[in-house]
Design a protein around this ligand. Structure first.
Ligand SMILES: CC(C)(COP(=O)(O)OP(=O)(O)OC[C@H]1O[C@@H](n2cnc3c(N)ncnc32)[C@H](O)[C@@H]1OP(=O)(O)O)[C@@H](O)C(=O)NCCC(=O)NCCS
Length: 155
């Protein structure tokens, strides 16, 4: 578990625990990553939820879930990060960085050498700052959101 004092609010990064937390976690994913493009509820999940590793950023004073992210190991031995999202009014305070570092730590501790992710082009600077490099252009989601494949190798 990691904690940080983000703008005077203590934020704790950990796995979701209760049914209410799981609901709030998927709701945040949906609100940030799917709803603005009119995608249907359910589109914020994939078939790997049960086997993946999940992290939420919880505001200690309110219990509110203000950020989330997920990682899973792929058959080729690499790991993939998906569904990184921070509530709009909590961005730019280091919460995304805490989530990313927690997910990376999970991979490095298991001896996984490479993490990949498909980044929205708007998020490329965030991942560059964390040592990822652009590998190639990738898909465009909902005809609008361009993605690039990025990767980071264990130091
Ligand atoms: C991308 C995202 C998860 C980053 O979370 P965050 O909590 O705002 O990130 P942090 O505060 O830890 O940012 C770390 C650094 O990256 C920078 N950064 C974050 N998002 C950025 C962006 N879109 N463009 C440029 N820089 C960005 C911040 O300025 C900060 O730099 P600094 O420390 O020099 O000020 C968040 O902006 C988000 O949810 N965006 C919408 C959904 C999304 O795009 N998810 C990723 C899908 S691939």
């Amino acid at each position: 578990m990691q904690s940080s004092n983000a703008s005077a609010e203590t934020i704790v990064v950990r796995s979701p625990r209760t049914p209410d937390e799981w609901d709030a976690y998927y709701a945040l994913r949906y609100r940030v990553l799917r709803q603005p493009w009119g995608a249907p509820p359910g589109s914020e999940r994939d078939e790997l939820e049960d086997s993946a590793v999940h992290r939420i950023a919880v505001e200690a004073s309110t219990g509110r879930i203000v950020g989330c992210g997920r990682i899973h190991q792929r058959p080729d031995g690499t790991a993939q990060i998906r569904f990184m999202a921070v509530a709009e009014d909590y961005r730019g305070r280091g919460i995304g960085s805490m989530l990313l570092e927690s997910l990376q730590q999970w991979a490095w501790e298991r001896g996984i050498a490479t993490i990949v992710l498909y980044a929205r082009t708007t998020a490329i600077p965030f991942y560059l700052q964390h040592g990822y490099r652009v590998v190639e252009r990738a898909h465009t989601l909902y005809g609008a959101i361009e993605h690039v494949l990025m990767e980071k190798r264990r130091a």
